[in-house]
Each structure stands twice: as structure tokens, then as C-alpha cells.
Ligand binder design. Structure first.
Ligand SMILES: [Ca+2]
Length: 354
């Protein structure tokens, strides 16, 4: 696994920003004008943008993919360099924890990652290789509520635990493999049954499928590149048909089957296998005109969009183990009817903040 390793230069940058009055992630991401530009390379992401004299910096470091976003109200003090190791800024971490647990482990051991409110550019630019028409036009989306998303896809063991004798229809058996071959309705039923468990009810945890916007926001994890890992992707980062190359990428290992959930590197926000392994059901009805309708009707920031009011199919996202790399891009989308049992499609839990 590619672990993120602290780099001393980023830590020093973090300390200097703190001395300038930097604020942690939550304060920043509830303030919509934030825009991030940059790229991820070698397991380290650092993103800096300037807006009206404000310097916004995203620092990501640490083997657990912990991340810290800080902003300085002062002007850039001139190329500070340095690294932020996990926990190296206790004040920022403490403020984040005040707003809710950053990771929640539920009654069957599934880990869900806290996703703070924020704003992003949804869809892909016309220049993006492999892009299809229904990924545009790009439009700004603002998510105003904190939610939690599964660190991984739902495993077969978790599915069996909740659905009981229904077993798993997955074509490849393995407790730690993603459940797949489940219909949209079964995925919704899984969320409902899990929410009804006494231990989940008492904890106030109500599960559902993510909206398409919630899924893409979390998949991008602050990036605007085709993949959360950058301009291309390889088989060390995702499970897909790596006989195909995206951009300047390279051929790699084509596994031809799902890999264990959580076995591949996390994106900047701690989520794994968003790209590839198994497609993931979303709650939205699908329309190829979803995005153009948003722009035509308002041409303004879309707040907590939930998709068309009706339709014949539902959105699935992220691609699967047999997908070519273009299909596992952050903006890639396809759809299936609610009763269709596609062996490549599973799900990832979403939960509103308790
Ligand atoms: Ca996936």
C-alpha cells in the first residue's frame, strides 16, 4: 500500500500558518468562497490558492491519510515550506473533533468518515479525456450538511450480517470483498435494516445511499483532476482493467476480480476504492440531462442537489474491477434500473451526522 509520509517542509509551513492565525478545516469549508487548485503526487497533496489576499492551504500527510486544511487571513508570507505530520497541530485537530467524530465505527465494524460541508465543481470539463456528454456542463454544488461516508464499499460479511439468510449474490465469494450484484432496492433495504438495529438506533445512526453530489464531492476530496490521485491512475491505486492506459499513465496489474475492501490507498479524505473495485449505487434518479437542467434553470450554485424528481434508473458511480480507467474517473457516471442485478455494482454506506 502506498502510505502517505510526512515531509518536513510541509510541517514547517503548517506551523507558520498557525502563527498567522490559521483556522481549521471546518471553519474554512463552511465559508463557500474557498476554491482549491493543485494536484496530488507521491501520496502527498498540498494545495494553495489565493483569494483577496487570503491564502488557503490544504495539507495532507501521515500514514493514516489524515488531513488538515488551514487558511491564513494574512497575505502569503513568502513560500514557507514544511510538513504536517498527523496530530502535529493539536489545536486544529481539537476544533475538528468538537464538530463531530472524524471517523465512526458502527456495530459491525464498518468505518465511516466524516465529510464536512463544502463546495465543489461537479462534472468534468469538455477537455477531459474519456468524458461523456452527461458529465457536463460543470456546475458549482454546495453541500451544506455534514455527512459520513463509508471508508470502503460494503463488504460481503457486512451484507450477510444485516440481510441474514438472503446471503450475498456476489459473483466472487469472500467476507472482505465488496458485496455486488445487489439491486438498488436491495441496497436501500440494507440501509434501512441496518438503521433499525437497536445498537444503531440508540446511537442515532440512520443510513442511506449517498446522493450523486455527495459521492463525487467525497471522491474528489478537494481535487479537480480526473482522479483524486491526479491526472492519471495506476493499479497500485485502484482496481480496474489496467491493460488500458489513461493519459500519461502506464499499464499495470489487471486483477479481473474484486479486491478486499480497504486494501488500496485512501484518497485525501480517507476513502478507499472510490475509483474502481465495484460500482456504487447512489440515491439519485439518473438523467443524462441532470447537469444541463441545473444550469439552464438557475445557472447558480446548486445547494444539496438530490437529482431529478423521477426516472427509470438510478445513478451508479466509480467504476469496477473490469472497467477501463476512463470509467473510474471522479466524474464518470452510469445507471441501472432499480431491479437490475449487475454483478459489478455494490454500495457504500452514507449516514447523516447523528
Ligand atoms: Ca468503488
Amino acid at each position: 500500500m502506498n502510505e502517505m509520509r510526512p515531509i518536513a517542509a510541509i510541517a514547517e509551513l503548517g506551523r507558520r500558518l498557525t502563527r498567522l492565525g490559521a483556522r481549521p478545516l471546518d471553519a474554512l469549508r463552511t465559508d463557500p468562497p474557498a476554491e482549491f487548485h493543485g494536484r496530488i503526487c507521491s501520496g502527498l497533496a498540498r494545495r494553495v490558492t489565493r483569494r483577496g489576499g487570503q491564502v488557503l492551504v490544504l495539507l495532507i500527510a501521515g500514514a493514516d491519510s489524515s488531513c488538515l486544511i488551514q487558511t491564513s487571513a494574512a497575505s502569503d508570507q513568502g513560500g514557507a515550506r514544511a510538513d504536517q505530520s498527523p496530530g502535529a497541530n493539536p489545536s486544529a485537530r481539537a476544533k475538528s473533533d468538537e464538530a463531530g467524530e472524524t471517523r465512526v465505527t458502527n456495530s459491525f465494524g464498518a468505518v465511516l468518515v466524516r465529510i464536512a460541508p463544502g463546495e465543489f465543481l461537479m462534472g468534468s470539463p469538455e477537455s477531459e479525456s474519456g468524458r461523456t456528454h452527461h458529465e457536463g456542463p460543470q456546475h458549482r454544488v454546495r453541500l451544506t450538511k455534514t455527512y459520513y461516508l463509508g471508508e470502503t464499499e460494503v463488504t460481503q460479511a457486512q451484507w450477510k450480517s444485516v440481510m441474514g439468510s438472503d446471503g450475498t449474490p456476489s459473483p466472487y465469494a469472500g467476507d472482505d470483498l465488496p458485496v455486488s450484484g445487489v439491486t438498488w432496492q436491495e441496497a436501500v433495504d440494507f440501509c434501512r435494516k441496518l438503521s433499525e438495529r437497536p445498537e444503531e438506533r440508540s446511537a442515532g445512526r440512520v443510513y442511506r445511499l449517498p446522493t450523486e453530489a455527495e459521492w463525487e464531492f467525497a471522491c474528489r476530496a478537494g481535487t479537480s483532476t480526473p482522479f483524486s490521485f491526479g491526472e492519471t491512475i495506476d493499479s497500485d491505486q485502484a482496481n480496474y482493467d489496467a491493460d488500458f492506459i489513461y493519459g500519461t499513465g502506464k499499464k499495470g496489474l489487471t486483477r479481473q476480480r474484486p479486491c478486499p475492501c480497504g486494501s488500496l490507498p485512501a484518497n485525501a479524505w480517507g476513502l478507499r476504492e472510490m475509483h474502481g473495485n465495484a460500482w456504487e449505487w447512489c440515491s439519485d434518479f439518473y438523467s443524462r440531462d441532470t447537469y444541463s437542467a441545473r444550469v439552464d434553470s438557475a445557472n447558480q450554485v446548486q445547494v444539496d442537489p438530490t437529482g431529478p424528481p423521477g426516472g427509470m434508473a438510478y445513478v451508479v458511480r466509480g467504476g469496477a474491477w473490469s472497467s477501463n480507467p476512463a470509467e473510474i474517473r471522479s466524474a464518470s457516471r452510469t445507471n441501472y434500473g432499480p431491479t437490475y442485478r449487475q454483478v459489478l455494482v455494490g454500495l457504500r454506506l452514507c449516514m447523516d451526522a447523528p
